[in-house]
Design a protein around this ligand. Structure first.
Ligand SMILES: [Fe+2]
Ligand SMILES: [Fe+2]
Length: 149
């Protein structure tokens, strides 16, 4: 298996974790805007899962066989972290997104990908950067609403 395909499988697994994480975190929030943001992020992570999976297939690879393990880990972690409060949840999300951006960057530096794959990875990184900005904005919203009350 080429290292491009095995790297894409690892990214695919992490994206499955992220999808399950955001789905599980919706239980921590009741405000409509926050639920919308989490639902949109989960759908966006699912697109990353699907796009990486089809890229793996296009390159002649097979689907990762351990994706469900990462999905389960994301669901459990996403559920547990909600007990620590909203701001903590969002800070964790920012940490995970930044970590993902860093990982994508180092894969792109160290692995020889074809042009189409690089384009896909760059679009994914742009989405992850948007997620960081969304959670930073969400923390600011939560803090300003608790200051007022
Ligand atoms: Fe993602
Ligand atoms: Fe993300």
């Amino acid at each position: 298996m080429s290292s491009a395909i095995s790297s894409l499988k690892m990214m695919y697994n992490m994206e499955r974790l992220a999808t399950a994480l955001y789905k599980a975190q919706t239980r921590a929030f009741h405000e409509k805007e926050m639920l919308n943001r989490l639902t949109a992020a989960a759908a966006n992570e699912q697109q990353h899962v699907d796009n990486l999976n089809s890229r793996i297939k296009d390159l002649g690879g097979s689907s990762s066989r351990v994706g469900f393990l990462f999905q389960t880990a994301g669901a459990i972690f996403g559920f547990l972290v909600t007990f620590a409060g909203k701001v903590f949840v969002l800070r964790t999300d920012i940490w995970i997104e930044k970590r993902a951006i860093r990982d994508y960057g180092s894969y792109m530096q160290n692995v020889q990908f074809d042009e189409d794959t690089v384009g896909l990875l760059q679009r994914i990184v742009a989405d992850e950067e948007r997620h960081v900005a969304t959670w930073q904005d969400s923390i600011a919203r939560i803090k300003s609403s608790t200051d007022k009350s």
